[in-house]
Every structure is written in C-alpha cells, then in structure tokens.
Design a protein around this ligand. Structure first.
Ligand code: NAD
Length: 278
C-alpha cells in the first residue's frame, strides 16, 4: 500500500463499503496485465501502435496473415514468459474465499487461470488455442509455434526480425514467412481470439451473462471499456441493478454509471480490497 495515495485509499474504503457482503463479478481488461509486462492498447503501459488488424484484413490476404503470424508468434513467446501479478492473485483469492463468483476477462493472456481463478469467461478467446477455419480442428498454440519454427528456422534469430517504431513487424521480416497450416486438411489457421470486426460467440456471451446473474456486484478492473463487448456486460449488470465499482488509472466509458471509482493500480487496489472483503 506504500505507493497508494491518501485519495486512492479513501476511494478503496468507499468501494469496500459498497461491496461488503456481496458476491462480486469482475470484468477485467488489458490494464490488469500491464504490471505483468504485457502492454495495453491505451493509457499507462501501452505502446503506441497502428490500429490492430481486423478480421477482414486477416481473412483478406496471405500477406496480412504473414504479418499477423510473425507478430503474433513473437508476442506469444513474450506472453508465455509473463506471470500473473498481485491483481490477478487477489481476484483468485476472493473467489476461493466465496466473495467472488468469478471473472469475465477481455484479455487473451490466460493469466487469471494461471493465478488460480476457476470460473473465468474469456470473452475474447485465448492465445492458447488455434483453430482451422476449414475443418474446425483445434490446436494448442505450442504445437503451432513448433510448426512455425520448423518451417521458418530464421525466425528464432532475433536479429532477423525488424520492428517498426510502432512495435509492428516490418514487411521485410515477413516476406519469406511460410504460414502455418492445418495438419489435417491444410486449411487456414486462425488463433482462437476474437479479432476487431468480429463478434463474441453467442454461447460465450451467455456464459458471461450467467456469471453476472449469479453475482450481486460488478467490479471493472483495468479496462478503458472502449471495446463494446465490455460495455454490453456492464449493461447486463445495470439491468439487474448491480452496484458498479471501476478500478482504472484513467477515466473509462462506465464512470458515469459507477457507484465508486478507484484511480489506482489494480496490483495495489485489488489486494487492498481482498484484505477488506475476504
Ligand atoms: P485498453 O488498452 O483499452 O485499456 C486499458 C486501461 O487500463 C487504460 O485505461 C489504462 O489507463 C488502464 N491501466 C493500465 N495499467 C493499469 C494498472 N496497472 N492499473 C489500473 N489501470 C491500468 O484495454 P481493454 O479495455 O482491455 O481493451 C483492449 C482490447 O485489446 C481488449 O479486447 C483486450 O483484451 C485486448 N488486449 C488484451 C491484452 C491481454 O490479453 N493482456 C493486451 C492488449 C490488448
């Protein structure tokens, strides 16, 4: 708590007063993982970059898919070495203590599961999985990473990769890239994540709704809520009259509806809430 200002401490106390005795649903975003070293798109811990690739771009050309897979492959390696932080662990501990009904996350990094949360709805999918768009065969990302390394031995040498200032991979590094393909039907592979321009699968959104229905408060942690699926989750909670607490370093799209906002780091604020509530 040493880095927490008196103002944030007051905000935490108010949030705890609202949440006391309630079963909490969490909705998390990229901000909860910045303290694990994974950059967000916006705000603190973000890297300035071009607009993310849309599903239309990805499906539209081999060149786009090559760029995606080279960047995604490098990103997956760094995701793989990231560890859950105090914020992820506090959410898992609140679930174990019966004070939380689980977490809906917009993140694809798998850190809630690794921190020990058991009821996790991964709204935007997961980097752990890859699917074939033709036959539906599902793969573990590790197996596809091995296929990529075997087909592109040069990619394992960091000097061969040229990054743009915005963090994207320069085309020079992707021209000779051999795409991974389905080992069953040779079809096009796609990571099991919801791209920009894609909808959250209906059954996954229903799982998020069911989680909200089983709880009686919602805490948003580390999300700008710029992406609409997060806002849809909040709408469901508002319809049910759940109190809303927002923990984010910057203002979010949900602040106007919030019963309390806490402008601190999730790695400080969530463990403090856990101490007060569990
Ligand atoms: P976002 O990048 O739009 O917003 C992140 C917010 O978190 C910002 O407002 C920022 O100020 C805040 N923040 C950063 N560090 C924080 C900290 N330590 N404590 C509290 N607040 C902090 O993220 P989003 O709303 O999740 O939307 C981006 C989309 O891209 C989502 O779909 C997201 O899942 C995806 N994405 C995922 C990852 C990941 O899996 N880790 C990383 C980048 C983007």
């Amino acid at each position: 708590m040493s880095t927490v200002t008196a103002q944030v401490r007051t905000q935490i106390a108010e949030a705890a007063r609202i949440l006391h005795g309630r079963r909490i649903a969490f909705l998390t975003g990229a901000g909860i993982s910045t303290e694990s070293g994974i950059p967000a798109y916006r705000g603190e811990g973000s890297t300035p970059r071009r607009a993310p690739m849309t599903v239309q771009d990805f499906l539209g050309s081999d060149a786009a898919r090559r760029r995606y897979w080279v960047g995604g492959h490098l990103g997956w390696r760094s995701f793989g070495s990231a560890e859950p932080n105090a914020g992820h662990r506090a959410i898992a501990a609140l679930e174990r203590a019966g004070a939380s009904g689980g977490v809906i996350t917009q993140n694809v990094d798998g850190l809630h599961l690794r921190a020990g949360s058991s009821r996790v709805v991964e709204l935007h999918g997961t980097m752990r999985g890859v699917v074939c768009l033709r036959c539906g065969q599902a793969y573990d990302r590790g197996a596809i990473a091995e296929q990529i390394d075997a087909r592109n031995p040069w990619i394992t040498v960091p000097e061969n990769i040229v990054l743009r200032p915005d963090g994207d991979v320069a085309p020079k590094s992707t021209e000779g890239f051999v795409l991974p393909t389905c080992t069953v039907c040779d079809g096009t592979l796609k990571p099991d994540v919801v791209f920009f321009g894609e909808f959250v699968p209906a059954d996954r959104f229903r799982a998020a709704e069911a989680l909200i229905a089983s709880c009686d408060a919602l805490v948003v942690a580390g999300s700008s809520l710029v992406v609409n699926s997060g806002i849809r989750v909040i709408e469901r909670a508002r319809r049910r009259g759940l109190p809303l607490v927002v923990v984010n370093l910057e203002p979010t799209r949900a602040d106007a509806w919030a019963d309390a906002t806490v402008a601190g780091r999730t790695g400080d604020v969530l463990p403090a809430l856990q101490e007060l509530l569990a």
